[in-house]
Design a binder for this molecule. Structure first.
Ligand SMILES: C[S@@+](CC[C@H](N)C(=O)[O-])C[C@H]1O[C@@H](n2cnc3c(N)ncnc32)[C@H](O)[C@@H]1O
Length: 224
């Protein structure tokens, strides 16, 4: 309780560790809230949670609550999953895919992610998972970072087509990206044009909390 109060004045770090995938995972009290950070960016809760919440609000909480199955690529501390479960009261299935088992151990210990009954966590590379899955999803949330770096596969045509295919008709993709330099803006423009086919509608929400840009894709119908 004291740590929480003091954290309004100065952040209080309570854990710092390395993992096989991350050179630093940090659990910190900041502005009265427990957050998970990597070496150079916020991974879960805090601003990251606000960014994805904004995307979910644009899609519409009332639409999301009616969905059957949501796929979250990149789980970390699970803040978007908490928004789905606690704020939106989503009771359908949530599958969360995370490459780093250490981050899930922290999510369970510090953020009680394992108390969410309708959540199944898969420890896997998101690229591999997306290739293997036989399911179709109403909403695919893509939030994959290695510190501030976004892996290239996310922007490759193969992955884009596969994600589009896994989406049910009237389904949505919510993609969190970081734009730190001009080449990142160009990369995002290309991504949007790759989805600009007749069965998709794409929107960009720029400058959500400084460097993040959200891309929201809606699949209006299945291709003939
Ligand atoms: C910004 S955090 C995710 C935050 C989370 N969506 C939330 O709402 O709190 C990014 C996560 O992506 C994970 N990640 C990085 N590369 C991955 C990959 N190829 N497959 C699955 N997860 C990956 C990282 O380990 C990290 O936990």
């Amino acid at each position: 309780m004291l740590k929480r109060i003091f954290s309004y004045i100065l952040p209080i770090n309570i854990l710092k560790k390395k993992s096989a995938f991350s050179k630093s995972l940090e659990v910190t009290w900041a502005n009265g809230e427990l957050v998970l950070d990597s070496a150079n960016t916020n991974y879960s809760y805090g601003s990251l949670q606000r960014i994805l919440r904004k995307g979910l609000q644009i899609i519409g909480f009332s639409k999301i609550v009616e969905m059957e199955h949501i796929l979250v690529l990149g789980v970390a501390g699970g803040s978007v999953i908490k928004t789905l479960a606690n704020e939106i009261k989503f009771e359908g299935k949530i599958t969360g895919v995370e490459i780093d088992s250490s981050v899930i151990a922290l999510a369970n210990e510090y953020f009680q992610l394992n108390e969410i009954q309708n959540l199944k966590i898969v420890i896997d590379d998101a690229f591999e998972f997306v290739l293997k899955t036989k399911e179709r999803y109403d909403l695919i949330i893509i939030d994959i970072f290695q510190d501030t770096m976004m892996p290239n596969f996310l922007f490759e045509e193969f992955f884009i087509n596969r994600i589009g295919f896994l989406l049910k008709e009237k389904g949505f993709i919510l993609f969190n990206t970081m734009c730190l330099k001009e080449s990142d803006n160009i990369r995002n423009e290309k991504y949007v044009s790759a989805f600009n086919k007749k069965e998709f509608v794409v929107r960009k929400i720029p400058r959500v909390e400084q460097h993040n840009e959200l891309i929201i894709v809606e699949k209006t119908k299945n291709p003939n």
